[in-house]
Design a protein around this ligand. Sequence first.
Ligand SMILES: [Zn+2]
Length: 506
Amino acid sequence: MKGFLKILAAAAVLTSCNSAVKDTAQTDGGYNGKQPKYIFYFIGDGMSQPQITMAEKAINDEEFLAQFNTQTCNIYNIGKGYKMNVKRFKNAALATTNAENRFITCSAAAATALATGHKTTINTISKNGERTENLKTVAEMARDKGMKVGVITSVSIDHATPACFYAHEDDRNSYENIGHWLLKSNFDFFGGGFVRWDKYKDMTKEQFFDSLKIKGYTIATDLQSFNALNKNTGKIFTTVPKNIDTVHDGSTLPYNIDLDIQSDDNRIILKDFVKKAVEVLDNEKGFFLMTEGGKIDWTDHANDAVSNVYETIALDQAIGVALDFYDKHPEETLIVFTGDHECGGLTLGFAGTHYESAFNLMKNQTISYQEFSEQNRKFFKNKPTFEQTLEWIKKNFGLGDTAVLPLSDYELKRLKTAYDEVNNFLAKKEPKLSKEELYLYYGNYDYICVTATHILDNKAGVDWASYSHTALPVPVYSSGPGSEFLNGYIDNTDIPKTMMKVADLK
Ligand SMILES: [Zn+2]
């Protein structure tokens, strides 16, 4: 505790200096161990231990596994008895996640802590809490040391978590400014989602691409050009074609549960991006690679446990690539895997199911909340009866199938209430439910969708407490030189501080 207070005091002194880009708090050195040449940083957005354990239980159910492989077109082709890659780590810790000004954090403040070793205020991107100074990130330090740097995410590349590694902004929603930071970062690899060009005012998408080219980036936006990327390509910016023509679902990679309805070009998964990054970034001076599983959080917010499992497995698979690399270079590779915060208040138990769990029931959902909600809007244009709506729910969630998932009177009543409220909303009539009830039942989500996922998730024996983040601590798994410092009950800022110390980053 004393040491930690000392660090805080040192940070307070540093905060008062006035340099443009200030070095992040350094620990007092004294590290004589091996310096990692390769650093992998994996962040599950909205992920704590419940999400990991739920994914592990579900994927080890044979019925769910078969459906998982079908939905993902056998791209992962996971066999029976899946051993989570997270189990391969040597060290584990628990980290507190609070922001400077709020106990329950947001992705911007959390990623600032994870990238710079400093707490900051809500929505701030790698600046101090007062937003008067930029905080240098571990990725920028790695770049300045001569290491190659990569940033990968399943959501947009200018979203809060990835942005905190290369941008410094007062507000996470300043997408265009973040885009400019990306362009001047000189990082070597950007992969996954695209930028939120629909939010840009002064720069068109074409101008963004032109700027990337001027900065020396090779752009790959389909499978063929992605496969052609290699060690000699130079700096790379790569995404999938679904994000180029229209901004659909926030310029992201598709939900893994929806891969079955995607074209091959859109089926470049997180693991592929990590594999490619390792191939092209490997060099004499080493590399730093941050990879975010960003849609774990989005499925938490929506209380969609099944899609959440798919996203968590996708991240676990990506981690497997890094751990395979670690197995070849254990003395030189530091891998850290953590969450930025929990989201949804997911718990592995439900009042209505007592001590029982039934993860096999998760196989019945074959669509993400996002895709269902979009289709549901179209479905309701035809003014369906309640019976037709029940058939529609059965088709996508299995609910109401008397052999597999019979609905109780209580569950039917919940679906009828949701159905009535959708119709009230569409007819611009006053809702029957109070404002408070509407929010507690549905958050800001599609009434039918969130009721269906709640019922299915509850039948499987899991439950949600919130549509927002929670303050549950997050696990920190690590292996490699320096990982011995990431043990016990720590703070999220201790993770980058450890990286800086052991890799001599400044
Ligand atoms: Zn979130």
